[in-house]
Every structure is written in structure tokens, then in C-alpha cells.
Design a binder for this molecule. Structure first.
Ligand SMILES: [Zn+2]
Length: 95
């Protein structure tokens, strides 16, 4: 399960690397040569590129290459926080 998920993640990253171009979330250039992890750590580099889900998974988007676009890690993590926020609000965690 985890292994299959990782393979799909790799395929999606290869896919968005082939698409190339600027970050679709902030419009700034992406450096496709920055390694995902900060060297010597298991911490993602905020400037690294990731496969962003065009339609978020929790909004019914597919976890495959047809739903992937290039984005910075930092932009993707901000977007995720925004998508999750209304759910947290509905659950009452913010009240
Ligand atoms: Zn960006």
C-alpha cells in the first residue's frame, strides 16, 4: 500500500517535471533540480517542486497524473492548509 503510493508519487513528480514551467500556484519559477529533501535531513525543501493536485483529493480529485500540476512545496502546503481550514471549522475545532 505505502509502496504503491510512493510509486505513484514518483510518477506524478516525473510527470510535472516533464510539464515544466513556473509554479501554478504563485507563478514564480520552479527549480526542478532542487532535491525534495534538504540534504542530510528528512525535511522537505520549501523551494522544491511537488506534484500539486489540481482538484484536491478531499474534493474528489484523482491521485494520478491527470490531476497533477507543478508547484513549490511551500505553495502546496499553504494551499492544503486553506483547503483543510473549512473542514476544521465545520468540525467545531476552531470554535
Ligand atoms: Zn509557488
Amino acid at each position: 500500500m505505502v509502496r504503491r503510493n510512493t510509486a505513484m508519487q514518483d510518477r506524478m513528480r516525473q510527470h510535472v517535471r516533464r510539464i515544466g514551467g513556473n509554479c501554478r500556484l504563485c507563478g514564480e519559477p520552479l527549480d526542478y533540480d532542487i532535491p525534495y529533501f534538504i540534504p542530510g535531513t528528512r525535511k522537505p525543501n520549501p523551494e522544491a517542486y511537488v506534484a500539486d493536485h489540481i482538484i484536491p483529493i478531499n474534493k474528489g480529485g484523482r491521485h494520478d497524473t491527470s490531476n497533477a500540476q507543478p508547484a513549490h512545496w511551500r505553495c502546496n502546503s499553504k494551499k492544503r492548509a486553506r483547503v483543510d481550514a473549512p473542514i476544521i471549522k465545520r468540525s467545531g475545532a476552531l470554535n
